[in-house]
Design a protein around this ligand. Sequence first.
Ligand code: AMP
Ligand code: GLY
Length: 425
Amino acid sequence: MNILLIGSGGREHALAWKLAQSPQVAKLFAAPGNPGIAEEATCVDLDPADHAAVLAFCKAEDIALVVVGPEAPLVDGLGNALRAAGIAVFGPDKDAAQLEGSKGFTKDLCERAGIPTAGYVRTRSFEEARDALDRFSPPYVLKADGLAAGKGVVIPETKEAALVELRDMFGGRFGQAGAEVVIEEFMTGEEASFFALTDGTTVVPFGSAQDHKRVGEGDEGPNTGGMGAYSPARVLSGELQARVMREIVQPTVDTLRAEGMPYSGVLYAGLMLTEDGPKLIEYNARFGDPECQVLMMRLESDLATLMLACAEGRLGEAEDVSFSKRTALTAVMAANGYPGTPEKGGAIELGSAEEDGAKVFHAGTKRDGETLVANGGRVLNVTAMGANVTEAKAAAYEAVDAIDFPSGFCRRDIGWREVEREAQR
Ligand code: AMP
Ligand code: GLY
């Protein structure tokens, strides 16, 4: 079959790399892609927001499956437009994508379905939010309802600071995404990510990971899209994963189906492992970035077959999903300035980074003549495998050290929590 992959980041490079390994795939296209993806697929200049153009391309190239990497096209209804034309899509329709597109939608769904999550109030004005604050204790968790490129959550320590933030949020800091603000109870525990594939009815666990969201070592400094990740997340034991499936993921999929908005694609649950058990922090309607990169390193099953089974409602008939028992770890190399304004155009030499089995996924690169240069905040995802996190980390940083990228930086401590635990074992 011919596949069209939508997206241009490290997540999509990892998906393209895995899809290209499938004997089921005849031609792989990516829109718009990047220089790394171009080694696996034919990159095409298509705007995912132009549904008619994407449809016309699919017809012209006999595309059997469209795989949507990022959330924005899903929330924007690209899935609906393609499905209406009879084209299979990996990724949910617009209604179901509200799981990521509206935090209030997800909280209400959790309440209806009895899914464990933080207590919350949805507010639509500064005054309403100010009054609601009294029902919570500090630190206050304030979330812009809509998509805010991962920046929509603030956690002020005091009521005064919370009021300043709320004024700002309702004042338009996040545009339309902040027209509504969800206030949540603060949960404590360790965070972990859990992934599941679903066709709207059948749900299959699809691995776990932990990422590092802060830009600085020791998890300090401003939030980013993620500076590194590893998989599996050992804290999410088999028993806990079964509980997450039973108490969180399966009821979500069942409720959405029962309410006429079946969810198909990957469901990414951000979890807090609290003293009272796992609780949902948030859902994403797509793979995590860079979590996807470590999942794809470990995946042994045929990704194209699984994605098509999700899209065609046949996941129940698909063979078992298999992952390597080994650990994968990825370190993000970012351009100086990230997560503020990243320096663009810095030259990159990959050198011998991939010689010992590591894989360098391109996140924000472009070609400037023959030279590979930085073209974004997160630039490279240097990914390697090992028997455990300690070994995978050593292999990933060996590859990092082989790369020459003078205008970039990376955290040297990805996986530190697990490395400490492994040293205790
Ligand atoms: P989100 O974008 O919803 O994943 O939130 C970003 C980060 O904020 C999460 O990864 C958590 O570290 C933190 N966070 C979000 N909601 C809560 C909560 N209710 N309690 C504690 N921390 C939270
Ligand atoms: N790495 C976090 C995310 O993809 O949302």
